[in-house]
Design a protein around this ligand. Structure first.
Ligand SMILES: Cc1cc2nc3c(=O)[nH]c(=O)nc-3n(C[C@H](O)[C@H](O)[C@H](O)COP(=O)(O)OP(=O)(O)OC[C@H]3O[C@@H](n4cnc5c(N)ncnc54)[C@H](O)[C@@H]3O)c2cc1C
Length: 408
């Protein structure tokens, strides 16, 4: 046993242990905070923002369907003054003008979603879970050993506390330790790309418009943050991103402006850059007896459409509802009958989103002249496709999806 583990105390019975207090793990705890269940969230380290022009450069586009969920669950009150609205989106093919546009009014909403700094969503979720004495958020804390038994899971913490729980949820991210302990493998797709993220100031107002340029080298997104700042997510091959990261701020700004192609009058200032490897992965099993994986621990996708955490928030809501329903009907919520219901509800959304990201990536990756022409025609047709376009927008903003907005 690790020397850091203190003297083991008497076992405590709790109702749910969540490993990982990131956005998704905290969402599960927030959704269940008034359920009367005793929940323990274990987070190994406090979130450290990576600042770029004084903003956390890790940002998320939260689609409107999930904004409605954050409002219903009671997280929004802590968040609403910190988000930037996204009312429209333009997608351009390479350096060509034109492309396709999406307006929130086309689907009868006042916005397509919001842009926020991850730090702000985490703080808002922490404030929400702190409303309830039934949720213990342990940070810094980690699990020393987890043992699955037939009737419960034994969770030994590094502090020496020993917990018994009917269910353990893995919300510990793409490199999930808990998934590894359960011996669950992943299907992996390495794009051989990295994403550079940074904050950037455009010459003119972004007017709450998100812009996605599909360049021959990979997608470049300009996302409208609060206060007329953009967050850029620039995905390119590993070699190209290494070159871009090695540039001085001035040279990077020059390269960025070459690719931005005059959008928002160009970029006048760019902050510190951070980089993330890009890969998609899906756990071979997202449930096992007394284990449920949620968020990136279950699936992670290319950030080109900014949907990763959106999927995770929906996982959290569906799992929360299944736990509450199981309790109401006196079922054991660690049982596979209950967990299979969670899995069956989530897989269509997860698989469709993963397949769409892959299709989008491949569509814009190919640069044969005939294909580029066909792609342009396809985008034009979609732009004029009325009801089909509306359906696509409603699905990608999560408005149409059968996910509970409150836990009852
Ligand atoms: C460049 C980039 C841009 C993105 N943009 C968007 C976007 O615009 N919109 C969107 O929806 N998604 C976006 N994503 C994806 C999004 O960031 C992830 O889907 C999201 O962070 C997943 O949240 P999570 O809580 O599941 O995992 P994580 O954010 O990885 O959180 C996991 C948590 O678990 C903790 N942890 C890990 N191991 C342990 C352990 N053993 N014990 C205890 N705690 C542990 C970690 O410290 C962390 O706090 C982007 C991703 C990248 C790389």
């Amino acid at each position: 046993m690790n020397k850091q583990v203190k003297q083991t105390q008497q076992a405590e019975q709790v109702d749910l242990v969540i490993v990982g207090g990131g956005m998704v793990g905290l969402m599960l705890a927030a959704a269940l905070r008034h359920s009367g269940l005793h929940i323990v969230v274990i987070e190994r380290a406090a979130y450290q923002p990576v600042l770029s022009l004084d903003l956390d450069c890790r940002v998320s586009a939260i689609v409107q369907g999930n904004v409605h969920i954050l409002q219903s669950v009671g997280v929004w009150q802590y968040l609403k003054d910190k988000v930037g609205d996204m009312t429209s989106m333009r997608i351009f093919d390479g350096q060509k003008q034109g492309g396709i546009g999406f307006e929130s009014l086309e689907i009868g909403e006042d916005k397509l979603g919001v842009l926020l700094q991850n730090q702000h969503l985490i703080e808002a979720l922490q404030d929400t879970v702190h409303e309830s004495a039934d949720v213990e958020l342990l940070c810094p804390e980690s699990v020393e050993r987890v043992t699955w038994k037939r009737s419960h899971v034994e969770v030994l913490l590094a502090s020496g506390r020993l917990l018994y729980t009917p269910l353990i949820a893995g919300a510990d991210g793409g490199r999930s330790w808990l998934r590894e302990q359960a011996d669950i493998d992943v299907f992996k797709r390495d794009y051989q790309q990295k994403g550079i993220v940074a904050s950037a100031k455009p010459r003119v107002s972004h007017q709450n418009t998100a812009v996605q340029r599909f360049l021959a080298t990979g997608p470049l997104a300009l996302l409208p943050m609060k206060g007329d700042v953009c967050s850029i997510v620039w995905s390119a091959s590993n070699e190209r991103t290494d070159e871009l990261l090695a540039l001085s701020d001035e040279d990077f700004l020059h390269e960025l402006n070459l690719e931005v192609g005059g959008v928002f009058g160009g970029i006048v200032e760019v902050g510190k850059r951070a980089v993330f490897p890009l890969q998609a992965q899906l756990a071979r099993h997202i449930v096992r007896p007394r284990l449920a994986l949620i968020g990136d621990a279950a699936h992670s996708i290319h950030p080109l459409a900014g949907l990763g955490v959106n999927l995770g928030l929906r996982d959290a809501m569906v799992l929360a509802q299944e736990i509450v329903d199981a309790r109401k009907f006196e079922e054991d919520w660690g049982d596979m009958d209950v967990l299979t219901r969670y899995m069956k509800q989530r897989m269509p959304d997860v698989l469709t989103t993963m397949a769409s990201m892959e299709a989008l990536h491949r569509t814009f990756e190919m640069q044969f002249p005939a294909w580029v022409k066909l792609r342009g025609l396809g985008m034009k047709a979609l732009g004029n496709a009325g009801i089909v376009k509306q359906l696509l927008m409603k699905n990608s903003t999560g408005i149409n999806l059968p996910v509970p907005h409150t836990i009852e």
